[in-house]
Design a protein. Sequence first.
Length: 383
Amino acid sequence: MVAVRSAHLNPSGDFAVDEWVAGLGLANPHFSEQLAATWRYCEQRCLGHVNAPLLLWRSIEMVEILSMLSMDNDSLCAALLFPMADAGVVEEAILRGTFGKSITNLVHGVRNIEAIRKLKANHNDLIAPEQGSEMHRMLLAIVEDFRCVVIKLAERIAHLRELRNAPKDEQVLAAKEGASIYAPLANRLGIGQLKWELEDFCFRYLHPYEYKSIAELLHERRIDREQYIEEFVDALRQSMQEEGLKADIYGRPKHIYSIWRKMQNKTLAFSELFDVRAVRVVVERLQDCYVALRIIHALYDHLPDEFDDYVANPKPNGYQSIHTVIFASREKPLEIQIRAHQMHADAERGIAAHWKYKEGRTALTGGRSSHEEHISWLRQILT
């Protein structure tokens, strides 16, 4: 789940915007000043509005989600402004004069996506499976900047978080929409951080009993599982060092929806799952992935039927990792993912990480414009 930083309150109980912005870790001081100024603008415009607290806190959560994806400063400013513009607190014409074309165009693009969402919601109380693909096709006609889509995904996560204590019917409606449209969209864009949270929230609201049951099963053996993984990681790290391979090795969390889906697809009980215990190995280069695999398979027995090489054969959304299941010291199965650092960035941040790298390459080589490639690649993904 994408973590939200604790809110910074000053002694008088007001939101300490400068402290909050500093906690985002923006590299450029000018960006920090711009974001803080945008927040103060939103706060001023919201004075007296009946939903001011909700709008402001939603904008905060959207920015924190996007900052963890290393989105650019225009995206962060647009995320602050979108809830205000969507609620009619401020008009786009005013935003254009105050913040310029780039940020206002992002707000406009996100509002276009929201308009499609509201139109479909008004005509369909239930979200049919085919509506997700239809939404993707409609996005092709209106979205010219992938950042609008990522900002929208962040807004939907913020909304799902707000519904924790909402009436059941509100939770179910938002979850059906999230499961049929936005989680698959995050998957197509390869943004693992957003995909998992969307899926888990939707599952939690649509299947509360199953969600709670799995959560309780995970909690029951948490201490034993964490100790087992810690011992394994220490031993594997030592073996990698002896072989001269530099690698980051750590336990990774398993998401409740993915556990449930595997139980359903493979007709397994919770106790029969291989990947409740999971470890990730992140290495420097692509070829190091296979060096790490060789070391692991030399040390431990593995299950051939559970082996997948998505490095040699990436998934359609670009995901790359080697998956293998081994038996370690206590004869308990353990899933290991092996990937290079760039693969890890792509898996967690998806299209955002891809274009951060791509823009740098375009600037160096003088290739086709970043804007043109953004549109072309987004259309390939959504088709």
